[in-house]
Design a protein around this ligand. Structure first.
Ligand SMILES: *Cc1c(COP(=O)(O)O)cnc(C)c1O
Length: 464
């Protein structure tokens, strides 16, 4: 009897052809697939002794899991900030699995995969019109990107105090200032031992804003009496997509000594369009920037990048070096990614991004961004024109944060809407009100999707 692995290795053609066809069918029908999960799956707790082979495993997957998978990569999945996938990104992702490289060094060992990663970073800097004095790399998501950037920031603070936190461990207090940080930055502070409860809260601007009040920021800086600090600023808050005033922060940077981090997970894509690039004006002087790729770049999960100014490279290596020897000299000489970021072994994470950037270029991403914003504005028009709804914040880019005029009805309304399976949105709480968020970052979303959803919303209103 031949074992299943031997048979599968002989049947590679049949296995991959079947999977390819299933992938094509899924993607061609994702617009019709439900956005609502329907049914539960029992977990199998014992492993089959002989295994069943890939074709039978696929059958089992198709029976048990596939039917209840939701269209989270479809055009009407507007919950959280959920990107889709471009055809080129899927091609890159499939090949990343097929070639199965362990992306580390750019020299020697025939490892070209790190070259692809370094190149993808250059293409992204070019897409965002950011200067080339950033070093970047790929991590699993914006959470890990924030973590990576803030870890280097922590090392920088230590240096200002004449300490090497990476070697010696933390000591003293690390000051962190922020107005509306994403929850993942707070989580990163707790993972980094900086304390999630230690953020010095900067006021937001008056008038329904989530951006920091620069005057209050300066007041809080002065209260630190010249102690160094980390500023976590936002290019796109999650609720209302508000942007801190980066030009004003640039002015403060001339006067005070701090590490400036920008979480631009999805808001950074404003840079792709001349219509919206003013929102990130001045961001090019930040010490570190977080950008998610599995959101608006429309590559599959898990993909995000960090950008850290090259001048901080020694601090970055001191934080992430994978050896006990102190890293002296030029870290690019025997370059390996594992000395610059949390993971050691990694897949060829950059390949989906490289494929999609190379395939669609600057124009392609300008079009995706502008089209998504146009769709968001169209949806906001519907909210504005219907007296049963109200916007909780103006639409600055790609997200609509709204409520029902009677906000006691929000939960019932949202449950009914999501149960339709035609659209998915997420609940939120903003300015003392229950609300709903719809975020537009999928390259498949069209104006007709808004028409379809608003018709359903109007119908549900009559049933409340
Ligand atoms: C989504 C998001 C994150 C976290 O990203 P993950 O990819 O889920 O790790 C961080 N910051 C902002 C502003 C986000 O929108």
């Amino acid at each position: 009897m031949t074992n299943k692995l031997t048979t599968d290795l002989q049947n590679l053609d049949a296995i991959l052809t079947t999977v390819k066809q299933q992938g094509i069918d899924y993607l061609n029908n994702v617009e019709e697939r439900s956005t609502a999960s329907s049914g539960e799956v029992e977990i199998i707790r014992d492993l089959n002794v002989t295994g069943i082979g890939a074709i039978e495993a696929l059958k089992q997957f198709n029976e048990r899991f596939e039917p209840v998978m939701v269209a989270s990569s479809g055009p009407r999945y507007w919950g959280f900030v959920t990107g889709g996938t471009t055809p080129a990104a899927i091609a890159g992702d499939w090949l990343a699995s097929t070639y199965d490289q362990n992306t580390q060094s750019a020299k020697g060992n025939g490892d070209v995969s790190a070259i692809i990663e370094l190149e993808a970073i250059q293409l992204l800097l070019s897409l965002f019109n950011l200067p080339k004095d950033y070093f970047g790399g790929f991590v699993t998501g914006a959470t890990l990107s924030n973590f990576t950037c803030l870890a280097v920031a922590r090392q920088w603070i230590g240096k200002q105090m004449g300490k090497d936190f990476a070697r010696e461990g933390l000591s003293g207090k690390v000051n962190v200032l922020s107005a509306t940080p994403h929850s993942s930055s707070i989580k990163s502070l707790s993972m980094l031992g900086l304390g999630s409860g230690n953020v010095i809260q900067v006021n937001v601007l008056p008038g329904n804003r989530e951006a920091l009040d620069v005057t209050d920021l300066e007041r809080k800086i002065q209260a630190l009496n010249d102690e160094p600090f980390i500023l976590i600023s936002s290019a796109g808050t999650v609720n209302t997509v508000d942007f801190d005033d980066f030009e004003a922060i640039n002015h403060l940077k001339l006067k005070y000594n701090f590490w400036w981090h920008i979480d631009a997970a999805f808001g950074g894509f404003a840079a792709c369009s001349p219509k919206y690039s003013h929102l990130v004006k001045g961001w090019e002087n930040a010490d570190s920037i977080t950008v998610d790729c599995h959101k608006w770049l429309n590559v599959p999960y898990e993909s995000a990048v960090f950008f850290v100014k090259e001048k901080h490279q020694l601090l970055q290596v001191a934080t992430f070096q994978n050896s006990n020897a102190a890293y002296l000299g030029n870290p690019m000489e025997n370059f390996s990614y594992l000395n610059f970021l949390p993971e050691n072994s990694r897949r060829l994470k950059a390949l989906p991004a490289w494929f999609t950037l190379t395939s669609y270029g600057k124009d392609g991403y300008q079009e995706i961004v502008e089209s998504n914003v146009e769709t968001a504005l169209k949806f906001a028009d519907f909210i504005n024109e219907n007296p049963n709804f109200e916007l909780l914040a103006p639409v600055r880019l790609n997200t609509v944060c709204f409520s029902l005029t009677n906000d006691n009805l929000v939960t019932t309304f949202l449950d009914k809407l999501n149960a339709s399976g035609k659209v998915f949105m997420t609940p939120t709480f903003y300015n003392g009100k229950k609300g709903i968020r719809a975020a537009f970052v999928n390259c498949r979303t069209k104006n007709e999707d808004v028409d379809l959803v608003t018709a359903i919303m109007s119908k549900i209103l009559t049933e409340l």
